[in-house]
Design a protein around this ligand. Sequence first.
Ligand code: FHN
Length: 579
Amino acid sequence: MKRISFFLATLFLLFNNSLQAQSDTSDNQQRIQWFRDAKFGMFIHWGLYAEAAGHWDGKNYYGTGEWLMKRAKIKIADYEKLAATFNPNRFNAEEWVQVAKDAGMKYIVITAKHHDGFAMFKSRASKFNIVDATPFKRDPLKELADACHKAGIPLGFYYSQFQDWREPGAGGNTWEFADSKEPFSKYFENKCKPQVKELLTNYGTLGLIWFDTPGEMTREQSMELLALVRKYQPQCLVSSRVGNGVGDYLDFGDGEIPTRKVDKAWEALFTHNDSWGYVDMDHNWKSTEEVVRMLSEINGKGGNFLLNVGPSNDGTLPQGSIGVFRNAGKWIGKNKDAVYATSYSPFPDLPWGTCTSGPGVLYFHVWLWPQDSMLRIPGIHANIKNVSLLESGESLSCEKQGHDLLIHLPVRMPDPLNTVICLTYDGTLMTDSLQLLSAAFPNRLLTAHAERTGKTSLKLYNFAEEFGDWKHAEVLEGWSNEADFATWTFHVEKAGDYRIMLDYSYPLGIPRREGVIEVAGQRLQFETLLTGTRAQDFYKHVIGVISFPSPGKYNLVIKPMGQGDTFIKLRDVSIKRFY
Ligand code: FHN
């Protein structure tokens, strides 16, 4: 049975690559290739909101800073007073570009105009811009464009094409223009398109335009913006947030990493703390370890990691970001072959880290080091030439065990952030599509990988206490009786006892339900715990221990017992060897 799955997996891989090549061809591979190879970019949210830094009228606004005007319902006449004191005279474009280069970031995207309508560039379409309305009087986007061109780093401009809280016809200002009858077309023709044209014609060659929150725009309007970009800068990419399925590459939700492999070029984007714009109270920085592992996880799924920094009102980057970015860059510098111009992993989810790939080469990114120093590569079939530590080049011995490969590792983990192992091979690579249930590490059965039966459905929930720190959960729901269930199929590495935990939400106020997990001829019954009132109130419920009598392939089924109206909203299934 396993042999057949190899064949199917290989067919999938070849077909998938042909799809990828086809989608690249239709996307004009030459135009998109630099983006596919870049893997890591710097997002910069910088605007008038940095002057407020999360404070307004004696009140502190926690969460994302660039939404201050909306969250505090600040009138336009009051908000624009910020411009009178906005003077970021410590701004140095070359310093910023150097921080990006030292971080290993291969492109930069900066906010030219965010939802507040303030242009961070000289604009004839609106006097509410940094040159005409502030004592700074310089055009920072021009200085940044010159620095990027000098450094050979593609520059992109973020433009909020639907929301503009100064414009009655644009989206977003519900506190001053709630009754406005002004058509969107007035803003679209008089400000949006003229400013996009200014960005396309006054700042030299651009790598991309990063449109955002398309709102109620029509497909025709999204296409008009694409046409504008193509007219003035045919090589310039357009992000999918131009709206209506238009664009050269996919941007996922804020803070979202897809659970499935994605064919088109795509980007995952994250704040570095919990805010896109500068908030002087927000010091919740992601660590170098988190940044490095997120980069590898995203690259292992074939995407780019766009990591944000929010400069302050004096024009400097927060020290909390500079240090982490620099250290992440040091790791990348030692492992660049495993990062840039790689493709996604040919394996199902790996319990100890992830994998990136290239022609004839696999890079295993390992951050959970096996206690027995044996790294199991599941379901691999290839004519292996060499296995080594990428950074030192030290060769490692390995041995086949069935369809798996066991690599003998050093006892001590060479790089605790993420140690990369390089495997080179000849000819074709075949991998098994079955996930390995590891005996050495905790295992996650992703809801997206379950086979769903009956009314069982999968839904992506997005949660944000405040914008900027969006969290996401792909949830199995819709199931209510025994005809509705979810099935996972996996390969157990070693016989033994394993503990199962379900991560789910089940609201207060409705009767508890019973459920059952069926696997290896055993049944684990459970009664739902009441987890809370909000959709994001999840709970990790340890259900029990099951025994796998031997290594091999198993199906695990989860379903409600009896009849009822609802059941759990399941976010995750964790299985760990029970010692
Ligand atoms: O509303 C914006 C937000 O302020 C920020 O710019 C993010 C970055 O992806 N985009 C929108 C929310 O998704």
